[in-house]
Design a binder for this molecule. Structure first.
Ligand SMILES: Nc1ncnc2c1ncn2[C@@H]1O[C@H](COP(=O)(O)OP(=O)(O)OP(=O)(O)O)[C@@H](O)[C@H]1O
Ligand SMILES: [Mg+2]
Length: 361
């Protein structure tokens, strides 16, 4: 998972490198550990902490197999208990030599961006450890793990349609917050949204994680052209893949793929299929606006009495617009939120009318 350093960041770094009170001034992570006179938003003062390697080892029982939660592109994630008693997820950046520079960059970018973000639908970064060559990120622990596992039979299945709508809505809100720019003054593109980066609380509240690939939109520009195409196969915006033109709408495309996973229970990419059928978008694109065909792709795990066909059709239509090849034809995340709220209302109204007809309410 390669990473290209944020150009806007560099620009700010060049122009403001003398300004020590500027929170955007780039500093090596080690220095943050020792001197940090920069004024911080409240969340950082109350939340983010710096940990030692010893504390990380203690918390995770020396990164024991029992505490292992999962592995991603930049390392392994372990459950841990801090000295304060708080339960956390520790991302141990386990970098092969060739990737070390990229990994360090991801680490610093993630720490700096995440420590400024504060939203109920984003996984909080509670702290970090930069001890010698070791790098760790300490996140709030998400007891139900990632969404993909729940859709693919590894975790407890999500059989109720309203619960899937709630997950979609929560993820949309987290993404809209990033896109709004209210967090750090300029919009943030996640760049690696996917169902393993949507984590769930005990109540199935969705929170988006992993901002290591986040790109900051240069002010006053709609798109940042990058030489490298980054992200995860299956969630790639085709326009981004072919032109390298990165926009907020690339995240909308990936969000559309997540909506399709919620609708069908299938994987974004299924390598056991023939090459033309491997991508979920290609598999279902022609069914999404045809109610007869749509019935055939609805996840059979979904409890039939939890959804109305009307709400599923509205959801499929939204997903189909999110994954349109032309990025300008996709909705914004704010529009997705409004539509998902309407879909939730339509579903509960339809269900209660059906119960009423049966004399059950
Ligand atoms: N905060 C957390 N709380 C609980 N489990 C987590 C947390 N963060 C990650 N995990 C678990 O660890 C797994 C690996 O996460 P990781 O982010 O390293 O990989 P990924 O999401 O599959 O890929 P990528 O590296 O592209 O993000 C996740 O799929 C999730 O199940
Ligand atoms: Mg992840």
């Amino acid at each position: 998972m390669p990473f290209g350093l944020v150009s806007a960041w560099n620009k700010r770094r060049r122009s403001k490198s003398q300004d020590h009170t500027d929170p955007w001034t780039y500093k090596p992570a080690e220095r943050w550990q020792h001197e940090d006179l920069t004024p911080r938003p409240a969340k950082r003062l109350h939340g983010s902490s710096v940990f030692t390697l010893k504390e990380m080892e203690e918390a995770s029982l020396c990164f024991s197999d029992e505490n292992f939660l999962g592995k991603g592109g930049f390392g392994r994630v372990y459950k841990g208990i801090l000295r304060s008693g708080e339960v956390v997820a520790i991302k141990k950046m386990d970098l092969p030599l060739v990737k070390e520079a990229e990994g360090e960059r991801e680490f610093r970018v993630e720490v700096d961006i995440l420590s400024r973000l504060d939203h109920p639908n984003l996984v909080s970064l509670m702290g970090y450890c930069a001890d010698g060559k070791n790098r760790f990120l300490v996140y709030e622990y998400m007891p139900k793990g990632n969404l993909q596992d729940h859709l693919n039979g590894i975790g407890e299945p999500i059989t109720e349609w309203p619960l899937r709508l709630k997950v979609a809505l929560g993820s949309a809100k987290g993404l809209a917050y990033l896109h709004s720019g209210s967090a750090v003054g300029i919009p943030i593109i996640h760049r690696d949204l996917k169902s393993t980066n949507i984590l769930l609380t005990a109540n199935f509240e969705a929170k988006i994680s992993d901002f290591g690939l986040a790109k900051l939109m240069p002010e006053g520009k709609e798109a940042y052209v990058t030489a490298k195409v980054l992200g995860t196969f299956g969630y790639f915006d085709p326009e981004y893949a072919s032109t390298g033109k990165l926009t907020l709408q690339s995240d909308v495309y990936a969000f559309g793929v997540v909506l399709l996973e919620l609708l069908t229970g299938r994987r974004a990419v299924d390598l056991s299929q023939r090459p033309n059928d491997q991508s979920l978008v290609l598999q279902v694109r022609n069914t999404l606006n045809d109610r007869k065909k749509l019935r055939k792709v609805i996840d059979p795990e979904l409890s039939r009495n939890s959804y109305t066909l009307e709400s599923v059709a509205m959801f499929a239509n939204l997903a189909s617009r999110c994954v349109r090849p032309d990025s300008t034809e996709r909705p914004s995340m704010e529009e997705c939120i409004r539509e998902l709220q309407l879909i939730l209302r339509t579903n509960s109204k339809g269900l209660s009318m059906a119960l009423h007809k049966l004399g059950l309410n």
